[in-house]
Design a protein around this ligand. Structure first.
Ligand code: UDP
Length: 267
């Protein structure tokens, strides 16, 4: 391991100083947390899969003109990204009711929303990421009005693209969370997509069976989280045969029993 400087350790990633100024290395851990880190665990191989899934999604978003921090994947667990000044907001896009909106507003999980919703949460562990209105964002200067226009327009484009991308592999995109950052060029700054997009921060349901293929398997103790993350990667075409075993074709039905029966016994 080289002696590079660690800049920050988060719940699922570690950030290191990159090889050139203005770059950062994102290292993807297997650690998983939920409920504001009250629940902690690991999902074996999650870091490797999320690194690949996020690379895939960010590259495809770049192809449709979304500016992102992604530069290139370096190895199994690391990617080189542009350093940004992070905007302290979590941007949640919802197509179908689930999770906190179902609890807060009493809407049954799985109920399609009349139209896509964008919600903003303040990134603050101490305050447990409270939901904020655009009024608060402007009032406290977390982002300018122009930045919010860019953020909401990008969030909608990302949603449209990802709904199609996942529908093509029989997955329903229920909701997801994005983060954005600023990059400066002299006095001028622009907003780009940052962080990661993976089953850690998306809700992904199998289109036919409704099976959850995301972090809710961990949050809700459903078990089979490793298989679910692998299944998303496999359907995206980014797990080759070598990754899923010698000559083995991934068979969801074989894993279904694991996905349904809950946590595997501890080894
Ligand atoms: N989400 C996230 N990080 C957070 C909170 C939410 O990545 O700190 C994602 C979550 O995976 C889901 C979406 O944002 O895809 C909406 O989450 P929700 O508000 O329903 O909260 P949760 O039920 O996860 O607490």
């Amino acid at each position: 391991m080289s002696r590079r400087r660690q800049l920050y350790e988060g719940k699922a990633k570690i950030l290191y100083e990159g090889p050139e100024p203005g770059t950062i290395i994102q290292y993807f851990k297997d650690d998983a947390t939920a409920f504001n880190a009250q629940k902690k665990g690991t999902i074996n191989g999650k870091g490797v899969i999320n690194n690949r899934i996020s690379e895939h999604v960010f590259l495809r978003l770049a192809h449709i003109g979304i500016p992102t921090h992604f530069i290139r994947r370096l190895n199994m667990r690391e990617q080189l990204v542009r350093q940004v000044e992070i905007i302290p907001l979590e941007v949640v896009v919802r197509n179908v009711a689930a999770g906190s909106i179902s609890k807060r507003l009493g809407i049954e999980e799985g109920e399609p929303l009349p139209h896509t919703l964008i919600e903003y949460y303040l990134k603050s562990d101490e305050l447990q990421d409270p939901m904020v209105a655009e009024e608060h964002i402007a009032c406290f200067g977390w982002a300018t009005n122009e930045e919010m226009q860019d953020i909401s327009a990008m969030a909608i484009r990302v949603n449209d693209f990802m709904c199609g991308m996942f529908a093509a592999i029989d997955i329903r995109l229920i909701d997801f969370k994005l983060e954005f950052g600023r990059i400066w060029d002299g006095d001028y700054s622009r907003v780009i997509l940052a962080d990661e997009i993976s089953p850690d921060n998306c809700r992904l349901w199998d289109m036919t069976s409704g099976e959850k293929l995301d972090k809710d398997r961990f949050r809700r103790d459903l078990g089979g989280e490793e298989e679910a993350y692998q299944e998303v990667a496999r359907r995206l075409g980014i797990l080759n045969d070598a990754d899923s075993g010698p000559g083995e074709v991934f068979d969801l039905t074989a894993h279904r029993s694991k996905l349904r029966t809950g946590p595997k016994p501890k080894k």
